[in-house]
Design a protein around this ligand. Sequence first.
Ligand code: DAK
Length: 261
Amino acid sequence: MPASDYEHILVEFPAEGVGLVRLNRPRAFNALNGPLMDELMDALAAMDRDDTIGCMVITGNEKAFAAGADIGEMAQATPVEMERMDFIGRWERLRAMRKPIIAAVSGYALGGGCELALACDMIVASETAVFGQPEINLGVIPGAGGTQRLARTIGKALTMEMVLNDRRLSAAEAAQFGLVNRVASVEDYLNQAIELATSIAARAPVAVRSAKAAVNMAFETPLAAGLAYERERFYALFATADQKEGMTAFLEKRKPAWSGR
Ligand code: DAK
């Protein structure tokens, strides 16, 4: 679908090599309904395939990154209907993106909104960001990775409080516990996310994709398998023109010119 036809997101290209998706259901605090998730995944997949894009940013607005999955859409659903809505399939598409994705979070990142940010590779938060998994208040638990990704990131103790007792994290706490990369003012957080994305997008593209895959492998495997994966990726990069260019440029004391090959 052409970017101009999207109803629930806005697609922009704010800097060289950077694709930006704004979640755009402001009246519902960007609640993640099915059509929004489909559009988000389509837009990201198109950027993932686009050679001119090196890094993606997902953001909401000042008040809300996203307040979770759309409760109205789920409230009366049976397990079979949930399965037929392909709830999980949409989220799985995010895991398949090869290029780095940065979440620029201001205001509420609750439930699926928190999980969407956690599923990105990095998070830049505004001072007003609030991270929480309030599903327990609805009689359920996180379903898009919250229990797993939080536990791996901030540890068991605090994850238990967040998931069992709706403990929310301020931006400052999220930084303290390693959930976010940096915190900036509301005026500046998106610029900072775009700057970070621009800097990553200017690097050797094949190496960036390999780096993302290798770091993510740390959360999937025992150490020995992760180290083996890293080593294979490392050797494989010696087949790229960019490895030759990067090392030659260093020796010639000049800036490398990446070809992405
Ligand atoms: N869904 C639908 N509508 C929402 C919403 C949500 N999550 N959050 C807010 N809204 C809507 C409200 O219904 C209201 O709509 P109108 O009444 O104006 O039509 C409007 O946004 C403004 O909300 P409030 O009137 O409540 O505004 P307040 O400032 O008082 O409060 C709030 C803002 C964000 C604190 C509050 O709205 C809130 O607590 N929202 C719900 C947060 C929440 O419980 N989130 C978790 C949802 S469950 C899975 C994938 C994902 C998930 C599960 C499985 N799989 C792949 C299997 C995810 C589940 C969830 O996220």
